[in-house]
Design a protein around this ligand. Structure first.
Ligand code: FES
Length: 219
């Protein structure tokens, strides 16, 4: 059974009393809203929630969307606040309670599970001291969340840290990654083993001859 995520009923969380978009967010909002006709600007709900969450991460070190930010988005988009609440509480990529500086999101769906996501989960818990999904570490640096397929199955198992994918992980490489984050380093995202993108692990096993070689073999 899935454990709790960083996504909780918004009426159970201590909320800030105010929220205002900063200049960087306002610039992003301007480029987003210009895509929609005025009578369709409610379509900007998802991207504006994302802008609010990013701003919270940038400014406070905890990327989440407080209710006052949802209210501000509703005001901007001229919709009832409930229209924003229902979107923010439906999609798991929005955190409706404060999280750690680094959001560790482990995929445990089939491909990742078959390729060792249990080891990644265990390593995350060991390296952070977190005992269950949905919790944050005592130092406030990490929050651990279990997620469904991230669409990176060919490089399973995947650990998403904030917006970055770390791929082909095992237990020791997961611990190395978390220790690097703790030091303030940000390792390059992508495959953590020696392969290009989603090329076969261990090297190519098919189409290894050039067409000319194949023709000459056939005599
Ligand atoms: S199953 Fe983990 S990325 Fe698809």
């Amino acid at each position: 059974m899935k454990e709790m995520s960083a996504h909780s009923p918004i009426d159970q969380i201590e909320q800030p009393s105010s929220f205002a978009f900063d200049a960087e967010s306002e610039a992003e909002i301007a480029t987003i809203l210009v895509k929609y006709p005025p009578e369709r600007k409610a379509s900007g709900t998802l991207p504006l929630l994302y802008v609010a969450q990013k701003q919270m991460g940038r400014v406070t070190g905890s990327a989440w969307v407080p209710r006052v930010a949802m209210d501000e988005i509703a005001r901007r988009l001229e919709v009832a606040p409930i229209r924003v609440y229902e979107v923010a509480t439906f999609y798991l990529m929005f955190n409706t309670k404060p999280i750690g500086r680094y959001h560790l999101q482990v995929c445990t769906t089939t491909s990742c599970w078959l390729r060792g996501s249990d080891d990644v989960v265990a390593a995350c818990k060991k390296a952070t001291g977190i005992s269950a999904f949905g919790q944050s570490s005592a130092d406030g640096l990490f929050t651990l969340t279990e997620v469904e397929c991230l669409g990176g199955c060919s490089n399973a198992p995947i650990l998403q840290v904030d917006d970055d994918f770390y791929e082909d992980l095992d237990g020791p490489r997961t611990i190395e990654l978390i220790e690097a984050l703790r030091r303030g380093d940000r390792p390059k995202p992508g495959p953590t083993i020696d392969r290009m993108g989603a090329a076969p692990a261990g090297g190519r096993k098919t189409l290894t001859d050039s067409p000319a070689d194949s023709r000459s073999d056939q005599g």
